[in-house]
Design a protein around this ligand. Structure first.
Ligand code: AMP
Length: 189
């Protein structure tokens, strides 16, 4: 199994790169943001519970996010591995992911953090907002998401760094260059 965490702030390119990586390595893409959005648009019980938090750019509580993630992984018992995109976003989520994979005799093989500066992130999301229809891509909500990232999510990096699993890739480069760099890192696992 190959389990990869693709890490980075909103607009870093995690979704775009995940789509390419899953094709090459035949992995399953698990984007917690996409799954939450599907629940919101289908107006499921979970969707109704999280829609306000998401629209405000705030994180969904860990317990809810973790159980949803586990359910998603369990739906794919024959998977060759997973690309986790947008998860874990807190240290408790990272710990739970380790324990969950350990119970399956598996582990996180590597974590790649896409480095993009704040000016570029704001520019990219403003561009995406024109077509995404995402209320949280609005400039004001984006600021909240970026501050959630720097208050809560950034602490996940030292967690993986201490395990020797973290590699940083320059996410400011063109999409193709970032993709080549990501493949080189994955091939070295
Ligand atoms: P994303 O598409 O990854 O930017 O996620 C969109 C929104 O979904 C976030 O702003 C959060 O409200 C929620 N969300 C996605 N993943 C997580 C997570 N791992 N933990 C908590 N909330 C999450």
């Amino acid at each position: 199994m190959l389990n990869l965490v693709l890490f980075g702030p909103p607009g870093a390119g995690k979704g775009t790169q995940s789509e390419n990586l899953i094709k090459k390595y035949q992995l399953i893409h698990v984007s917690t943001g996409d799954i939450f959005r599907a629940h919101v648009s289908n107006e499921t019980e979970l969707g109704l519970m999280v829609s306000k938090l998401m629209a405000e750019g705030e994180l969904v509580p860990d317990a809810i996010t973790i159980s949803m993630l586990e359910e998603e992984v369990d739906k794919n018992p024959d998977a060759k591995g997973f690309v986790f995109d947008g998860f874990p976003r807190t240290v408790p989520q990272a710990r739970e992911l380790d324990l969950f994979l350990e119970r399956k005799g598996s582990k996180v093989d590597g974590v790649i953090a896409l480095d993009v500066d704040q000016t570029e992130l704001t520019k990219r999301i403003a561009e995406r907002h024109k077509t995404s229809g995402r209320p949280d891509d609005d400039a004001h909500k984006l600021q909240k998401r970026i501050s959630e990232y720097f208050e809560k999510t950034i602490h996940v990096l030292p967690y993986y760094e201490e395990q020797g699993k973290l590699t940083k890739v320059n996410g400011m480069n063109p999409i193709e260059t970032v993709y080549t760099d990501l493949c080189a890192v994955i091939d070295s696992f």
